[in-house]
Design a protein around this ligand. Sequence first.
Ligand code: DPP
Ligand code: ZN
Length: 888
Amino acid sequence: ALTIRRADYTEPAYWIRNVELTFDLDPAKTIVSSRLVIERNLSLPPQPLKLHGEDITLLRVQANGESVSFRQEPGLLVIDNPPGDNFTLDIRNTCCPDKNTQLSGLFSSDSGLFTQCEAEGFRRITYFLDRPDVMAVYTVLLRADKKRYPVLLSNGNLLEEGELEGGRHYAKWHDPFRKPSYLFAVVAADLVAREQQIRTRSGRDHLLQVYVRRGDLDKTEHAMNSLIASVVWDEARFKLPLDLERFMIVAVGDFNMGAMENKGLNIFNTKFVLASPATATDVDFAGVESVVGHEYFHNWTGNRITCRDWFQLSLKEGLTVFRDQEFSMDMAGGPSAKAVKRIEDVRGLRQVQFPEDAGPMAHPVRPDEYQAINNFYTATVYEKGAEVVRMMQTLVGREGFERGMTLYFQRHDGFAVTCDDFAQAIADANPGSMLSVRLDKFKNWYAQAGTPQLKARGHYNAEQRSYTLTLAQTSQPSPGQAHKLPYVIPVQMGLLGPDGQALPVQLEGEYPSSATERVLVLDEPSLSLTFVNIDVPPVPSLLRGFSAPVRLDDGLSNDELLILLKHDSDPFNRWEAGQRLVLSAMMAATRSDAPPVLDAAIVEALRSVLRDETLDAAFKELVLTLPNERYVAEQFEVSDPQRIHVVHEAMRDQLAAELHADWLWAWDNHQVNEGYRPDAQQSGYRALANRALAMLVRHAVATGDEVWQGKAYGRFKTAGNMTERLGALQALVEAHAALAEPALARFYEMFKGEALVIDKWFALQAGAPEPIGPNAGRVFERIQALMKHPDFSLKNPNRARSLIFTLMSANPAAFHRADAAGYALWESLVTDIDAANPQLASRLARMMERWRRLAEPWQSAARDALARVAAQPNLSDDTREVVSRALE
Ligand code: DPP
Ligand code: ZN
């Protein structure tokens, strides 16, 4: 496959200013007629016009209404001699939605026809300059069978609609905003809408609509509320108003991504629209809010200002993830709820992005090259990109960042720009800030792959009453980048005394102040700073709130971590201290043959967090959750997934046994006895109660006690919402309780018509821990059996993800089998899925990219499976790029 390089960017040889599209929609054969108003780019020498096209059939081409000579190359329609610098081009072609199993372009799903154009799907609809720097105004005429497709939607405003002969009807849409082709969308389907009129601050009226299948209308209230909240928030926080008369969200059950921000017509995976208390968990509700926010925020960061080329993807994605994270934090409420959201985001970053950044797919936030752009919709571009934006905010302050955003829109609204343009605007709005003074160095965050290490060592001088802190940064080589330049690293920090009191953070030469927290900025390989007026040897609390995406080595002892866990005023670092204590115990136990145990001091510290009346339930649940097995594995150069599983299970058993009375207390005291609300407080209660129930059932199974198994089953049967019902079911399944089987059967019967709930049913079974001992392997066998279940299908991405991806990404002990059956399954599934849906297949292919970090026998078996896939001649570019990089 061809490698595309960022350094090779040139402007397009032609601009397309205006697009008129007519669709004669039919699932078997849709006819697309397109009239393009084209202008030659006069800053480049004259050259042929080359339009992209993929899996479509050309019927006719005319220029200025007359025939014109053209030729077709693979993936291109070439017109060597266009008639002048300004002309119109008329093209007619067909495409076949029913055969479009890739779900890119125009495809069929059971409720109708839908499009997905990012990144390069528009060329699968018609011939075009399918690149984000070509922006045009679109008018779209849709014609389709009225009975089958009563709803006809495209971007912008509805101009007219009406009846046609033969039971067909039409709708004409016009989008006044110039946009790149990747934001184009069409829907023709049998749907109904929840509608809401809103008036925004400026006094303008807008129509908000959420379109779903007929039976799903009762699951749209939360999405609508989230959309309204997003509109209000963006206007309040960034002064960015809704610029459209009509804003539509459409849900579709077959979708590769979470959702897509098409101008005025967002298309969503049903998973991120549909939510009712009976069918969705608190986590699902939060997911809907965050994705609705994310796509809505793209309207400014992505659509009004878009990317010049796909290397700049983080320009819109990193920034928009940052915005949706801030939105969710503000929606969560007080400082403690905000901290919980921050911990969850950082946990995700470290579980997914850090390994990516240390593996064969490592790439900078702004990549330098790719083969398949779809492979670069990554945790690095999204989540690390969001951290880069967050660091900018930390360096210039919240108000400074808002000023920077304002300048960014003043300069670039309506254009396709680069990450440099964004960073420059934030810096220019804040002259004299560390961002502005060190901008070039700061931008190494965009240019270099890999997670930097931050080493910190302190020295206390009792005589001088001073404390010297030395910070040093180092970076490992990554593919294509042998040597790294230093970064600008904001280190939010404080100092604690041995009793947990906050100490002053006054540096030598500064006036005394009462501040107990500040941001240090490391912009050189190393830096030493001396704090004065320190009366006791302090414990440093560094990188509060995870102020930079680095790996911290602060050399703290367990006793010091226990002080942070008990007393740190920063909830993030409090949680972090607990995780580090447990993680190092898990790692030590993994290395040893002795029975795994957590020290009494750690168990006691966890107990006091659990019992602490001043802490929020959601926070306690996070502290009491052990790092997952995949995260533990990542901490080793070479890991043994089966041993890690034994350690993880043993330590969970230990916490279930030794904190038994505390789990009973937690269960009794965290019942929600009021109407369901998916807010931070109630979901925190439910999360902790579910955790407690899981521990109580685990202990009950270990001790042969029937009571708690029965209680869990009772809860499962009578629960008033999905969070509690699924929590009880999960407690039974994860403990391998006898009642798990009847509960699973009953759950299936209750929800067999609800696709998203049946996804949960598959995922729960795929994620169950393998039993330790003679029954090991049962979970994997069950997953194999579930693949033959009549409801299982590889064609629906959500369903495939629920069973297969859960096994391969979230259940290492079931997947990494000594007999390599997990890898054989991976090999056959990657092959099968790749033939139909390369985007989905290459995501699955990535499940093996960390094979070098496996001990034997897994490592050799994994490499062999990868090599067999790589040897297949017909792989897609997407999957080939992943497996060949993995083997490099
Ligand atoms: N739909 C994806 C997202 O919103 C890609 N733009 O991130
Ligand atoms: Zn996005």
